[in-house]
Ligand binder design. Structure first.
Ligand code: SAM
Length: 232
């Protein structure tokens, strides 16, 4: 599939990002920027994985790092990222291996001194993803492959057409069963969801949540994980 037509890297995604940057998407981006402002990995080397056009990023955040590697297969996203942050010398890197078995271990080995930031990638349809992609098996490799590393991720947990009645919990010490979490946001009745298969990642790590009003009838529950290793 030509990459501009791919669901997670498409031209329509960039058009929506542009049209909704000051409206529907703005509250969610405020949250992501707060998470990033609080994320202080002790390294000057950052690797962004799937940042798209950097819609949730700020120059202030990127300027904290001396080197910034990027895994982003969408050429238009790379062009937009360069335009949004002309002062940043991005180091563009290959990304096709990430969805293969052993992809996270290869990522960690390729960037041994970097903090790794997954920018709403883990629950997405990915470039290079095989038809029989087993996301649960892929994600089971994440935590062991990155043990002892500084990394963080924001990712889709579920999405739905139903508007939330409650609030996403601001933060939790550890993962809650998905049903319990959903019941805080959507109160009672039928809830038809798209499960992005990321629930329960790093279950003992603290986490934060936000709602992303992606489209007039599309709501995403997003999780932020900042995995800290004492002494790392
Ligand atoms: C939902 S978008 C990310 C949203 C973005 N962070 C934002 O703030 O708007 C998912 C991104 O992952 C990228 N992507 C898809 N497959 C990838 C892969 N194998 N490696 C790295 N990035 C990938 C897509 O091109 C897309 O830009």
């Amino acid at each position: 599939m030509p990459y501009l037509l791919h669901p997670s890297g498409s031209l329509s995604y960039h058009l929506r990002a542009w049209r909704r940057r000051h409206t529907l998407w703005a509250p969610f981006h405020v949250e992501v920027r707060r998470w990033l402002a609080d994320w202080r990995p002790e390294t000057k080397h950052l690797v962004l994985i799937g940042p798209s056009g950097g819609y949730a990023l700020t120059a202030q955040f990127l300027e904290r790092f001396e080197r910034i590697g990027v895994l982003e297969p969408d050429p238009l996203a790379r062009w937009l990222l360069r335009r949004r942050f002309p002062g940043v010398a991005f180091d563009w890197r290959e990304s096709g291996y990430l969805v293969q078995p052993g992809g996270f271990a290869r990522l960690a080995a390729t960037f041994p001194d970097a903090a790794l930031l997954f920018c709403n990638l883990l629950g997405q349809e990915l470039q290079g993803q095989p038809a029989d992609f087993d996301r649960a098996a892929w994600l089971a490799e994440l935590e062991p492959a990155l043990a002892g590393r500084l990394w963080a991720s924001w990712h889709d947990l579920v999405s739905t057409t139903r508007a939330p009645e409650g609030h996403a919990p601001a933060c939790l010490d550890h993962a809650l069963p998905l049903d319990e979490l959903l019941a805080r946001v959507w109160r009672g009745g039928d809830l038809e969801i798209t499960d992005h298969e990321t629930a329960g990642l790093c279950p003992s790590a603290p986490r934060r949540y936000a709602l992303w009003h992606l489209a007039p009838r599309r709501h995403h529950l997003i999780e932020w994980l900042n995995v800290q290793f004492p002494g790392s």
